[in-house]
Design a protein around this ligand. Structure first.
Ligand code: NDP
Length: 400
C-alpha cells in the first residue's frame, strides 16, 4: 500500500516498527530515521529477512526542519510517524507542511524549558494543515490514544451523553530495580512531578503533585494505589465528548518509586533549570536520565501486567449508566513477541494502527485532529487483531 517515515528509534518506535513489519501489506516500505543511526541499523538488521517490508535507515536531527524536509523529499513517504520526543513535534509538523505529508504522533508538544502539557501549540497549526490539504493525527499512543478511541466508542455505542470519565492507568509490572522509569525518564519525571489537575464544570482544578490518592482493584493486577495527574487527553476529551462534567486521570505508582522521586526532587535532581557544572551548562533532569536504566533495557526483567482503561458514567435513553473499557497487557508476552516491555508495546501498537488508518484512507481529513474525532470502530477492531484486545464491564466499581 505505501511508505511511512518513522522518526525516532527508542522504546516506542521499536515496537511500532516491529508491528509495521508484521503488517507489510500496508507498510511496504519504511524509513527509520533518528538522531543515532546505529540504533536504526541494528533494528533493520534484526528485522530484515523476517518481513516483506523494505527497511531504510537514515540519520536525522528532528529539531532541524531543513534536514527533515530533505529526507521527506528523498523518501517521499505517504505519512510521517513521529516517535521522537515531544520537543520535536512542531519541527516535524513544519516539515510535513512544507512537503504536504500527513503527520501522526503520540505525545503533545512540550517546550524544552517548561513542563507544560497543552495542545495549544499544535492546535494552532489547524488552518495551515487545512490549507495544505493534509492531516495531523495527534496522540495515537495508549494514553493519549486508545483512551480517546475508547471514549469515542463509548459515546457512539453505549451512551447518549457521557458526564464523567476516569482514566485509570495501572502498571502492575516489576522490573526489580529500586527506581527506573518505563518510558523516557526525562519525559516521565516531568509529567509526574508537575502539578496535577482535572477538568470539572468547565474549568481546570489544580492539585499539588500526587495530592489525590485512591486505591483500585485492577483486573489482572490486584489492588494498587493510584494518584491523580494532569494528562494531555483531558484537554481534548473535555471538548470533543458530549456532556462532560468531570474528567480525571489516575496513574499507579509503587512506594519505592515515590520515595526515590521525592528524594531526587528534594536534592534538585529533577529540575529542568540549567546549572553550571565544571564550566558547562547542564540540566539536572537530563543528567539524571543518563544515569538511570534505559527503559528499553527493562524488557527482559519486567514481569506482571498493565491494565489501562476508562470508566464512563452518563446517560442512555434518559437512564443513568456506567461502563468500563480496558486492556490488560502482559510484560513478558510483549517481550517474547517484540523484545520490549508493555509500556512501549501499549504505545507502539496504537501508533502503528493510527498510521495504518491514515495511510489506507479509513481516517481522512484536512487539518489537525485528536484521535477521538474519528470513527472509533475500525481502530477498536484493529486493537483486537494487533495484540491489544479490549474488555468491557457494564457494572464497574467506580472511583469516588
Ligand atoms: P525514547 O527516549 O526511548 O526514544 C526517543 C527517540 O527519539 C530516540 O531514538 C532518540 O534518539 C530520538 N530523538 C530524540 N531527539 C531527537 C532529535 N532531535 N532528532 C532525531 N531523533 C531524536 O522515548 P520513548 O520511545 O519512550 O518515547 C517516544 C515518544 O512516545 C515520546 O514522545 C513519549 O512521550 C511518547 N509516549 C507516549 C505514550 C502514550 O501512551 N501516548 C506513552 C509512552 C511514551 P537517540 O537514540 O539518539 O536518543
Amino acid at each position: 500500500m505505501g511508505k511511512a517515515l518513522i522518526v525516532g528509534c527508542g522504546g516506542v518506535a521499536g515496537v511500532a516498527i516491529h508491528k509495521c513489519c508484521q503488517n507489510s501489506e500496508v507498510f511496504e516500505e519504511i524509513m527509520i530515521a533518528s538522531r543515532t543511526k546505529s540504533k536504526c541499523d541494528r533494528l533493520k538488521e534484526e528485522l530484515e529477512g523476517k518481513t516483506k517490508t523494505i527497511i531504510h535507515t537514515a540519520q536525522v536531527d528532528a529539531d532541524n526542519v531543513e534536514d527533515l524536509v530533505k529526507l521527506i523529499k528523498l523518501f517521499k513517504p505517504n505519512v510521517v510517524l513521529n516517535l521522537a520526543l515531544p520537543y520535536q513535534d512542531l519541527s516535524i509538523m513544519d516539515a510535513c507542511l512544507e512537503t504536504k505529508t500527513h503527520y501522526i504522533d503520540t505525545a503533545n508538544y512540550e517546550p524544552l524549558d517548561t513542563a507544560k502539557f497543552e495542545y495549544k501549540w499544535q492546535w494552532e497549526y489547524k488552518e495551515k494543515f487545512e490549507k495544505a490539504g493534509i492531516m495531523a493525527l495527534l496522540g495515537s499512543g495508549f494514553d493519549p490514544g486508545v483512551t480517546g478511541v475508547f471514549s469515542a466508542y463509548a459515546l457512539k455505542h453505549e451512551f447518549d451523553e457521557i458526564n464523567y470519565i476516569d482514566i485509570l492507568d495501572c502498571n502492575g509490572g516489576d522490573h526489580g530495580y529500586p527506581f527506573a522509569t518505563n518510558f523516557n525518564p526525562e519525559i516521565n519525571i516531568r509529567e509526574v512531578s508537575a502539578n496535577g489537575s482535572y477538568w470539572e464544570a468547565g474549568h481546570w482544578v489544580e492539585t499539588k503533585p500526587m495530592e489525590i490518592k485512591r486505591e483500585y482493584d485492577f483486573k489482572g493486577v490486584g489492588k494498587k494505589d493510584m494518584y491523580l495527574l494532569h494528562h494531555e487527553e483531558l484537554e481534548s476529551l473535555a471538548i470533543n465528548i458530549t456532556g462532560i462534567k468531570r474528567i480525571r486521570f489516575f496513574m499507579t505508582f509503587g512506594q519505592s518509586y515515590l520515595t526515590h522521586l521525592k528524594c531526587l526532587e528534594n536534592v534538585g535532581m529533577t529540575s529542568i533549570d540549567p546549572i553550571e557544572f565544571e564550566g558547562k551548562q547542564i540540566v539536572p533532569l537530563q543528567f539524571l536520565k543518563e544515569v538511570l536504566p534505559d527503559p528499553a533495557s527493562l524488557g527482559p526483567r519486567t514481569v506482571g501486567k498493565t491494565n489501562i482503561g476508562c470508566i464512563f458514567k452518563g446517560k442512555k435513553d434518559g437512564k443513568d449508566k456506567t461502563y468500563y473499557l480496558y486492556n490488560i497487557c502482559d510484560h513478558q508476552e510483549c517481550y517474547k513477541e517484540v523484545g520490549s516491555q508493555a509500556i512501549s508495546y501499549t504505545t507502539g501498537v496504537p501508533a502503528m494502527i493510527g498510521t495504518m488508518l491514515v495511510m489506507n484512507g479509513t481516517w481522512s481529513g484536512k487539518g489537525v485532529f485528536n484521535i477521538e474525532e474519528f470513527d472509533p470502530d475500525p481502530f477498536m477492531e484493529e486493537l483486537n487483531k494487533w495484540g491489544l484486545p479490549w474488555e468491557e464491564n457494564h457494572n464497574p466499581v467506580l472511583v469516588d
